[in-house]
Design a protein around this ligand. Structure first.
Ligand SMILES: CC(C)(COP(=O)(O)OP(=O)(O)OC[C@H]1O[C@@H](n2cnc3c(N)ncnc32)[C@H](O)[C@@H]1OP(=O)(O)O)[C@@H](O)C(=O)NCCC(=O)NCCS
Length: 185
C-alpha cells in the first residue's frame, strides 16, 4: 500500500508494511526520540509485541524516501471492534514536516473505511501537539470533545497536565470528502 507524499520536493512515496518482531528495536528507537516523546505515551516492547500479534491491532512500519527506508510506525486498534469504531492509536515518524504524516493519514483513512469497514475512525491528540491537530483537522477529522488534564506532562514540562482532544471522521463524512476528490481513490 503506497501513497505519493503530497508535497513538491518531498520524499517520494510512503509505504505501509506490517511490522515484524525484528522491527521492534527500530520502533522503540523512534518512539523514544526526544522529538517524539512529548507527544506520545511510549509503550513497553511487550505492548508492541502484543499489537503485532493481536488481530484487533494493525501495526505497520512506514517506509519513505529513496530506497523506502523505515521512517516511522503506525498502530491501529479496534480493527475487530463490533461497533466498527477503529482507532488511530499511534503515528510516529522519524523526520517531521516532509509531508509523510499527511500521506500516512490518507492511506490510513482508506484502510479504515475501505478495508476495515469502519463506521468511525477516531484518535486522541494532546493539545500541545499543534502540528498533529492541524494535520488531522485538515484531513477532515472533527473535534468531539476534550478530556481535560488527562495526561501528565513529562521532561522539561514536568509537573503539569495536558488535555486530550478526541477527533473522529465518520464513514459518511469520508464518502462526502471522496466525492469531492479530497480522498484517495
Ligand atoms: C504528527 C506527525 C505524524 C505529522 O507528520 P509530519 O510528516 O511531520 O506532517 P506533515 O509534513 O505531513 O504536515 C502535515 C501538516 O501539519 C501541520 N504542521 C506542520 N508543521 C507544523 C508546525 N510546526 N506547527 C503547526 N502545524 C504544523 C501543517 O498543517 C501541515 O500541513 P501543510 O504543511 O501541508 O499545511 C509527525 O510530526 C510526528 O511523528 N510527530 C511526533 C509524534 C506525534 O505527534 N504523533 C501524533 C500523535 S497524535
Amino acid at each position: 500500500m503506497s501513497e505519493p507524499v503530497p508535497r513538491p520536493g518531498g520524499v517520494g512515496r510512503v509505504h505501509l508494511r506490517p511490522t515484524l518482531l525484528s522491527d521492534l528495536d527500530f520502533v522503540l528507537t523512534v518512539e523514544s526520540d526526544p522529538h517524539n516523546l512529548p507527544f506520545i505515551t511510549p509503550w513497553e516492547r511487550t505492548q508492541h509485541e502484543g499489537a503485532v500479534r493481536f488481530p484487533d491491532f494493525r501495526h505497520f512500519i512506514v517506509e519513505a524516501g529513496a530506497g523506502y527506508a523505515a521512517s516511522g510506525f503506525v498502530i491501529l486498534q479496534g480493527c475487530r471492534n463490533p461497533h466498527r469504531s477503529v482507532e488511530l492509536k499511534r503515528l510516529v515518524l522519524q523526520h517531521h514536516g516532509q509531508g509523510q504524516g499527511r500521506a500516512c493519514v490518507r492511506l490510513l483513512k482508506r484502510m479504515a473505511f475501505r478495508d476495515l469497514h469502519a463506521h468511525r475512525f477516531w484518535l486522541d491528540v494532546k493539545v500541545l501537539n499543534q502540528r498533529a491537530l492541524a494535520l488531522y483537522a485538515s484531513e477532515g477529522f472533527v473535534e468531539e470533545g476534550r478530556l481535560r488534564e488527562s495526561v501528565r506532562l513529562s521532561g522539561s514540562l514536568a509537573d503539569g497536565y495536558d488535555s486530550l482532544v478526541v477527533m473522529s471522521l465518520l464513514d459518511r463524512e469520508y464518502l462526502a470528502r471522496q466525492a469531492l476528490g479530497l480522498e484517495l481513490a
